[in-house]
Design a protein around this ligand. Structure first.
Ligand SMILES: NC(=O)c1ccc[n+]([C@@H]2O[C@H](COP(=O)([O-])OP(=O)(O)OC[C@H]3O[C@@H](n4cnc5c(N)ncnc54)[C@H](OP(=O)(O)O)[C@@H]3O)[C@@H](O)[C@H]2O)c1
Length: 174
């Protein structure tokens, strides 16, 4: 019997960003795109999702059928049973490795995306055809570091207020 080699942890960022890199305002999302929320749900269901304390608070409670890992400098920040509190990016990734995870989704916000980007293997970016005002931004991506793996175009309709494209980028290996 052969024993399979254990896979390394893959870090995947998932984000919805505007053309001007805006991702939020007043600790909230700024567009009505239920089709994108559905894509987010389908992609992350069953997985561990890593987020900053402000993003966790903006959601109000853990997302169902996912395990939340919340980053805060507050040693006593309350996180519901079955979810995790960590105090930095490395601690979060160590926890994921200790749990034997093959994948973790980084779901924001701006502070966490910035710290996670250099450690990330895959970016799943909803590129929204809008340039709204906001107060938090996705960091600049270096086009030399990423190649496009997939592009899925969505047109606006009565429920989704902007066109958007879901682009999956993989980190170039050479
Ligand atoms: N468009 C999207 O896809 C998307 C996704 C997610 C969020 N958002 C938006 O992003 C905004 C929130 O982003 P944000 O940048 O303000 O906040 P955030 O990244 O969600 O959380 C920031 C908090 O994380 C903790 N933190 C950050 N770095 C840390 C470190 N190295 N060690 C320990 N703790 C650390 C701190 O918590 P403490 O203060 O408790 O120490 C900090 O205040 C909201 O508007 C939200 O709607 C957009």
């Amino acid at each position: 019997m052969s024993i399979g080699k254990k896979k390394e942890l893959k870090v995947s960022i998932i984000v919805a960003k505007a053309k001007n890199n805006v991702i939020g305002k007043d600790n909230q999302l700024i567009w009505r795109l239920p089709a994108d929320l559905q894509h987010f749900k389908q992609t992350t269901l069953g997985h561990h999702i890593l987020m900053g304390r402000k993003t966790f608070e903006s959601m109000g409670k853990p997302l169902p059928k996912r395990t939340s890992i919340v980053i805060s400098r507050n040693p006593d920040y309350p996180v519901p049973d079955g979810h995790h509190l960590v105090h930095g990016m490395e601690e979060a990734l160590d926890l994921a490795r200790q749990k034997g995870l093959e994948k973790i989704f980084v779901i924001g916000g701006a502070q966490i995306y910035k710290q996670a980007l250099p450690l990330t293997d895959e970016l799943i970016v909803t590129e929204v055809e809008a340039s709204p005002e906001g107060d938090v931004f996705f960091p600049e991506m270096d086009p030399e570091e990423w190649k496009v793996n997939e592009r899925v175009i969505h047109s606006k309709d009565e429920k989704n207020e902007f066109d958007f494209t879901i682009v999956t980028y993989l980190r170039k290996t050479t």
